[in-house]
Write a protein that binds this ligand. Structure first.
Ligand code: GLN
Length: 186
């Protein structure tokens, strides 16, 4: 089982570090050839406009969407990665793969100064885990087939729809690997 981490822009290196720490085989993905070698894909945080644009320019978007339809590519998006998974992006537009039935508002907590760390209770996990919200988006609507696995301030922050997982925060900047393990089990 090889986990791909989309490495077009953003914080892909920390995802690779966490995955390797828990013994996963991990490959950076920048091309269709590299995407063909992986069994699941993490889309990291960064700048959703840049990640979204490069996904569509490279042709990776079409391949991710078709493998998603076949059921052969579980996907985990974090922060900007969650934005590019949403069916509706609010605030400033960003290109999206539309794999998760949710509306998400970019930069909804304010600017960099309003970024924060917190301990988050995750459904099915006994102890809260440390996470960082960095110029994070807010999920403002979820569709009927979306499961909410964690909330913060009354908003969903970790959601799952089938084999797609999305977090509005960065789990990968901490040593905790709970969500990476959860994704590996999906
Ligand atoms: N603010 C960024 C965006 O809207 C997301 C920030 C992040 O991924 N940490 O794309």
């Amino acid at each position: 089982m090889t986990v791909g981490v989309l490495a077009l822009q953003g914080n892909f290196a920390d995802h690779c570090r966490v995955l390797r720490n828990i013994g996963c085989t991990c490959e950076e993905v920048r091309s269709l050839r590299e995407l063909a070698l992986v069994d699941r894909l993490i889309i990291p945080g960064g700048e959703s406009t840049v990640i979204g644009r490069l996904l569509f320019e490279s042709g990776l978007s079409q391949e991710i969407i078709s493998r998603h339809r076949e059921g052969s590519l579980p996907v985990f998006g974090t922060c900007a990665g969650a934005i590019v998974l949403a069916t509706e992006v609010m605030g400033a537009p960003a290109p999206s793969l539309r794999l998760m039935d949710m509306s998400i508002e970019r930069n909804a907590y304010g600017r960099q100064l309003q970024s924060f760390q917190t301990n988050l209770a995750i459904c099915g996990h006994a102890t809260p885990i440390p996470v960082s919200f960095i110029r994070a988006p807010k999920i403002v609507r979820t569709g009927p087939s979306v499961d909410v696995l964690a909330t913060h301030g009354g908003h969903p922050v970790l959601v799952r729809q089938g084999d797609v997982l999305a977090a509005t925060f960065h789990p990968e900047v901490h040593e905790e690997a709970v969500l990476h393990r959860l994704f590996m089990e999906m």
